[in-house]
Design a protein around this ligand. Structure first.
Ligand code: GLN
Length: 455
């Protein structure tokens, strides 16, 4: 049957790290009971969801795609999952990712790469994007209605764009990070992947809002977002000229102009704006990312939880061998580089300077959203090309690829602002091309209403 076909397809594409069918079944029975016996359906009651495997799920393995946490089974639920469960959603599986969400391809997981369903052939396939590639593929194939990803520099929007689904990065603080295993605490947010904007809004409305378990969530009550027929003539859209960057495919640029023209025809005011510090975003991101990674990964020492090798000669040897076996080279190199930036002699030169530049990047957004000639939203591409083939992607060094792929997405994480990737049309290769809308902090309602007009 269709369900089985979808499940087989996502297994072939390697979308999941763990399939939780008993979990889904018992949940489905509960939801049926609510629907037919109690007659109390809730919006997400009975819908299927996938959760990226860096969110803790009680009694269900949470591996981060890493040897280090291969056998880790948390005793508690991440807030996003707890809220979705409460709304009646059924978990079908944990979704594959790059190890500890470091990457833009979902090619670096101990479970192997996730494959893009578009133009898929067994020996010739495109990457799904990353690091939430499993979540994007699970939604694209219809294995679940919605999936949760995480987004530190683009990890929800990038795979959503390459797989042709909607990917939302909410404002920092709108959705609780409790139970999300951190990559860069000051930039991480849970992301939402769905087939359309309406589904995205339904999921956001059930997971957003204050959480006592995450002190960085906003304190005021969350007002559910409504999709309405808004008057587009009152909306001002900015096109940041710096996003027109080197290496961007012609087809991506054409799609960008195509949508700008449509918005103008809808009577929106569309104008060019400037975010001058965009060009330094990649280096700044890379320094801050590696510094926070160096600090975050210190907890995996082979003593408290996760992998422990049987090296018993000394504590130091135990740490070293556990971390050597537990982490891939990508993770180890970020830890090393981060620690280098954090050395007393380098701290001011790299870390503090990067923090200052982060402020300038973020101020650029403040100026375009609040200054003179302000705009309400920004329209940019999400990625610089359609999905690359696995061969092309893995030929290039991982770090270059991350930087290249995340050019348009990571400035939003620097500033904490919301952004959504919307599939637009197919490229000549028959692959999805997507654009991104960004807005000021907590402007999800307007941003998603305009996204709805574009989709
Ligand atoms: N590609 C970026 C990185 O590897 C972003 C990852 C993410 O958003 N989780 O750091």
């Amino acid at each position: 049957d269709l369900c089985l076909q979808k499940a087989i397809q996502s297994i072939e594409l390697n979308a999941f790290t763990t399939i939780t069918d008993d979990e889904a079944e018992s949940h489905a029975i509960e939801s049926e009971k609510r629907l037919y016996v109690d007659r109390k359906p809730k919006t997400l009651d009975g819908i299927t969801i996938g959760i990226k495997d860096n969110f803790c799920t009680s009694n269900i393995p949470t591996t981060c795609g890493s040897e280090m946490l291969k056998n880790f089974v948390p005793t508690y639920n991440a807030t996003v999952y707890a809220r979705l469960r409460k709304a009646g959603a059924c978990l079908v599986g944990k979704c594959n990712l790059d190890e500890f969400a470091m990457g833009s391809g979902t090619v670096d997981s101990i479970f192997g790469p996730t494959r893009n369903p578009w133009q898929y052939e067994r020996n010739n396939w495109k990457i799904a994007g990353g690091s939430s590639g499993g979540s994007a593929v699970a939604v694209t194939t219809g294995s679940c209605v919605a999936a949760i990803g995480s987004d530190t520099g683009g990890s929800t929007r990038n795979p959503a764009a390459l797989c042709g689904v909607v990917g939302l990065k909410p404002s920092y603080g709108l959705v609780s990070r409790y139970g999300l295993i951190p990559l860069v605490n000051s930039m991480d947010v849970p992301g939402i992947l769905t087939r359309d904007i309406d589904d995205c809004v339904a999921v956001l409305n059930s997971v957003a809002g204050p959480d006592d378990l995450d002190s960085t969530t906003i304190k005021r009550d969350y007002k559910p977002i409504e999709i309405q027929d808004i008057d587009m003539s009152s909306v001002k859209i900015g096109i940041p000229k710096e996003y027109h960057c080197e290496g961007m495919d012609r087809e991506v640029i054409n799609t960008w102009s195509y949508v700008s023209d449509i918005l103008e025809k809808e009577n929106c005011i569309v104008k060019q704006v400037s975010l001058p510090y965009s060009s330094v975003s990649i280096v700044v991101y890379s320094i801050l990312n590696q510094c926070e990674v160096a600090s975050n990964m210190a907890r995996y020492d082979g003593i408290e939880y996760g992998l422990r090798t049987d090296e018993t000669y000394s504590t130091e040897e135990l740490y070293a061998s556990t971390r050597l076996q537990g982490f891939s080279e990508v993770v180890r190199s970020r830890i090393l580089t981060g620690n280098y930036f954090l050395l007393t002699r380098n701290y001011n030169k790299y870390f503090i300077k990067a923090l200052k530049l982060r402020r300038l990047i973020s101020d650029d957004f403040n100026k375009v959203f609040n200054g003179e000639n302000k705009v309400d939203l920004l329209l940019t591409p999400t990625t610089l090309s359609d999905a690359p083939s696995y061969e092309d992607f893995s030929l290039k060094n991982n770090r270059d690829q991350c930087a290249f792929q995340d050019f348009c997405t990571q400035p939003a994480n620097m500033a904490g602002i919301p952004a959504v990737s919307i599939p637009i049309r197919l490229s000549k290769n028959g692959l999805p091309l997507s654009l991104q809308l960004m807005g000021p902090m907590f402007s999800e309602e307007l941003m998603l209403n305009v996204a709805k007009k574009i989709e």
